[in-house]
Ligand binder design. Structure first.
Ligand code: SF4
Ligand code: SF4
Length: 59
């Protein structure tokens, strides 16, 4: 299973927030974060980030 984590240079542009079909992403002053318990591992946020701020890990 792929795990998506926002861990490198998020610019808080909100693109992934709007793209996520499960509303699993929230944005605060540190940037965007994925609520793993809501995530369905679809990868849409990963595709939507123009800043390559989202990492994908195999679990
Ligand atoms: S992988 Fe899919 S469900 Fe999970 S945070 Fe990204 S867009 Fe949302
Ligand atoms: S799309 Fe990328 S840069 Fe924009 S808020 Fe999401 S993780 Fe951050």
């Amino acid at each position: 299973m792929k795990k998506y984590v926002i861990d490198r240079g998020c610019k808080a542009c909100d693109a992934c927030y709007w793209a996520c079909p499960k509303k699993a992403i929230y944005v605060d002053q540190q940037g965007a974060h994925i609520e793993q318990e809501k995530c369905v591992h679809c990868g849409i946020c990963y595709e939507s980030c123009a800043n390559e701020a989202i990492s994908v890990y195999e679990e």
